[in-house]
Design a protein around this ligand. Structure first.
Ligand code: MTE
Length: 435
């Protein structure tokens, strides 16, 4: 069987076809999946009426297939606990985007005071002493089995440095740079951060809970409030992953950058699923279902797939590893003095390998030159880079950075759009002003 590690597209696509077949035959559990979403996924099957007879299918209104539409920012603060000063964050609905200019000079790991927050609802404040993790389901030999915070802390600890990134990072550029209409939070490039995560291996916990050889899917679920959008209650945030990935490199993390997790980042315990879209890294995890049948949730059916022209009929496989992306550590519209030397800095990352090359253009993409890389390529991590620039004439200019990862993926000029605006990987044209 192909591995679920890193760039696992082929594995995930084959697995996904199997899931859908089993779903159709009534084998899979599909609580909380919208009717329209399933119809879209199953394409031709819907025409035969096969879907209407699926057991346990929640019927949702037409808005359910789209991610939460962009909302105007609430007048007061979103449900986030940490301070959100405007020099560090841009508030977007219930979320806080890191301002890239605030990363300049911060070192490899993103300080917690400026790490982005992506909340479907609001941060719950949980007491580690009263918290319990319940592992349950048909994929265990017995169970359910409960773990306390102290139980997890007593297991062998693993520390890993990886980027966490929202699949919708860069979404706004589909519209501002390509003219494509998409739904969802209009992130620029600040829904990403790198941290040093420490925790117990999910594989250790699953084995202690009595993982059976029949297990196929593992679904962690958060303790935050149910996600309601477009009149549909999707239940609490949960997303299945194949047991192969769960046993590979996934952590039940309780520390971030050497400190106990902050409430907004999952205190007391969250998943960290290296290289995969941030939605897999469920925060405030309260239970993990282990199943001998494929599992479905809105987060691997109606959300976090690519829909639209240019994608498979019925949508892509659920998103797993993240594409290549780059950003300058600069504010939009930053000003530079003409005739003076400037030191440009930025970072590039990929969920499909380390970064091996970054090129920079300071003339809107006509000429390119290599940037200096300040970190070794490492899967799951990012690379800091720099380039010098002495602009001559005054006026508007565009700075571009283009990265290539060790798997050979280079950022394209244009991203293939999808309705919910995921996976934007094109080179961003960063507008600045020379004065
Ligand atoms: N887990 C729960 N329980 N609830 C959430 O809203 N958001 C997910 C993921 N885990 C989410 C969650 C998404 S979409 C992302 S990108 C990451 O958490 C963001 O993690 P952060 O807020 O610590 O940066």
């Amino acid at each position: 069987m192909a591995t679920a590690r890193g760039g696992s597209g082929a594995y995930e696509r084959a697995y996904d076809r199997d899931r859908l077949r089993r779903f159709l035959s009534g084998e899979a559990v599909g609580e909380g999946i919208s009717r329209r979403g399933v119809l879209r996924l199953l394409g031709a099957a819907s025409a035969t009426g096969a879907v209407a007879s699926l057991p346990g299918l929640a019927v949702a209104g037409p808005a359910a297939a789209a991610e939460a539409p962009s909302r105007p920012d609430p007048p007061d603060r979103p449900g986030i606990v940490k301070p959100l000063p405007t020099e560090l964050f841009t508030i977007r609905g219930t979320n806080a985007e890191t301002n890239w200019a605030a990363l300049r000079g911060t070192g490899y790991h993103t300080p917690i005071d400026r790490f982005f927050v992506r909340n479907h609802t609001a941060t719950p404040v949980l007491d580690p002493a009263r918290w319990r993790l319940t592992v349950w389901g048909s994929g265990l030999r017995g169970g359910p089995v409960e773990f306390s915070y102290a139980d997890l802390r007593a297991l062998p600890a693993v520390t890993t440095s990886v980027c966490l990134e929202c699949a919708g990072n860069g979404r706004s550029y589909y519209t501002t740079q390509q003219g494509d209409a998409v739904t969802g939070t209009p992130w620029t490039m600040g829904a990403v951060g790198a941290a040093r995560w420490r925790g117990a291996r999910l594989s250790d916990v699953l084995r202690l809970a009595g993982l059976s050889a029949r297990a196929v899917d593992v679904m962690p679920r958060g303790l935050d409030a149910a996600f309601v959008t477009g009149g549909t209650d999707h239940g609490r945030v949960r997303r299945p992953m194949p047991v192969e990935k769960a046993l590979d490199d996934v952590l039940l993390a309780y520390e971030m950058n050497g400190r106990p997790l902050a409430p907004d980042h999952g205190r007391p315990v969250r998943l960290v699923v290296p290289s995969w879209a941030g939605i897999a890294s469920v925060k405030w995890v309260g239970d993990v279902e282990v199943s001998d049948r494929p599992l479905f949730s809105p987060w691997n059916t109606v959300f976090y797939r690519l829909f639209g022209p240019g994608h498979p009929a019925g949508g892509s496989a659920p998103l797993t590893s993240q594409p290549v992306r780059s950003a300058f550590e600069l504010a939009p519209g930053a000003r530079f003095a003409a005739g003076r030397g400037h030191h440009l800095t930025g970072r590039s990352w990929s969920g499909q390998g380390g970064i091996r090359r970054v090129e920079v253009s300071t003339d809107g993409g006509a000429a390119w030159r290599p940037a200096r890389l300040h970190d070794a390529p490492r899967p799951g991590g990012w690379v800091r880079w720099s380039a010098d620039w002495r602009p001559r004439g005054t006026g508007p200019a565009q700075l571009l950075a283009r990265a290539t990862d060790t798997a050979g993926n280079t950022q394209p000029v244009r991203s293939v759009p999808n309705e919910q605006g995921y996976s934007f990987d094109a080179v961003v044209r960063h507008a600045v002003e020379v004065v």
